[in-house]
Write a protein that binds this ligand. Structure first.
Ligand code: ZN
Length: 111
């Protein structure tokens, strides 16, 4: 199941400096259902197929909890973005109304 199951945990924690090609492996986060949030080293070159886990296996509870929390964060971020956009609209509308009020007031006082 895992490429690194034979490696000891101390070996797994160390960053690999070489893969099968000349590139330096990069740390990536897995978002599969079996390994949500688990980090692994992979090669930027797809054809190289270098793969090594960085984190330990995720427990059963984590496999359920992490995707749930992630979905919540994505939903909340979208909500924040939506509210931020609305807030900007209200600020522009308010500024516009203030200008209109200012013009009316100026006209009343002048006339
Ligand atoms: Zn490589």
């Amino acid at each position: 199941m895992e490429a690194s199951s034979s490696a000891s945990s101390s070996l797994r924690r160390r960053a690999p400096f070489k893969c099968y090609c000349v590139e330096k492996p990069v740390l990536v986060i897995s978002w599969t259902t079996d390994n949500p949030g688990r980090r692994f080293y992979g090669c930027p070159n797809y054809w190289c197929k270098f793969f090594q886990w960085h984190d330990d296996e995720i427990c059963e509870r984590g496999e359920v909890l992490i995707p749930e929390q992630r979905q919540r964060i994505i939903k909340l971020e979208a909500e924040v973005a939506r509210r931020y956009k609305r807030e900007k609209f209200y600020i522009v509308a308010l500024a516009f109304l203030l200008v209109i009020c200012g013009i009316c007031l100026f006209n009343c006082m002048a006339g």
